[in-house]
Design a protein around this ligand. Structure first.
Ligand SMILES: [Zn+2]
Length: 151
């Protein structure tokens, strides 16, 4: 039986507790990188952290007050690329399910972007009718700096 995902409350990841230190560090670093891609407005409104769920589960990307979404895929920081990819997806899921915010959007087409692993590393990709890569995760242009913002 699949448990219906809920918004739960977890606690801040205790370094070196449930995760090996290097994996925890990679996840924290990846989170800082992906949060850097957030629009300034979102960054000022929400603070994020890597969350562990009491009784096991996660880690997930959650909010600073401990809220997270239990339907998300658990983060995996076995290597830098995996950490970045899973944290990008986790942050997106947390924003979508807990904050009801669709982020990020393609600056040209307004479709939601998806984090993808590629030869160039982890990128934000637009999967509209004409799929294209928008930017590497960690280097997403901010709205004010976006070119061609007219739709
Ligand atoms: Zn696009």
């Amino acid at each position: 039986m699949r448990i219906h995902p809920v918004i739960g409350e977890g606690t801040k990841m205790d370094m070196g507790d449930a995760l090996p230190g290097d994996e925890a560090g990679r996840l924290e670093e990846a989170l800082a990188t992906v949060v850097g891609d957030l629009d300034p407005e979102l960054r000022s409104r929400y603070a994020f952290q890597v969350i562990l769920v009491p009784g096991g589960g996660g880690p997930y990307v959650g909010l600073s007050d401990g809220k997270y979404w239990s339907g998300g895929t658990a983060l995996w920081g076995g290597d830098e690329g995996s950490a970045l990819l899973s944290v990008a997806e986790g942050l997106q899921e947390c924003l979508m399910e807990v904050c009801r915010v669709v982020w990020p959007e393609c600056p040209r087409h307004r479709f939601g972007l998806h984090a993808r692993g590629s030869r160039e590393g982890v990128v934000w990709a637009c999967e509209g009718p004409r799929p294209h890569v928008v930017a590497p995760v960690g280097a997403l242009p901010q709205p004010s700096r976006r070119l061609g913002g007219r739709s």
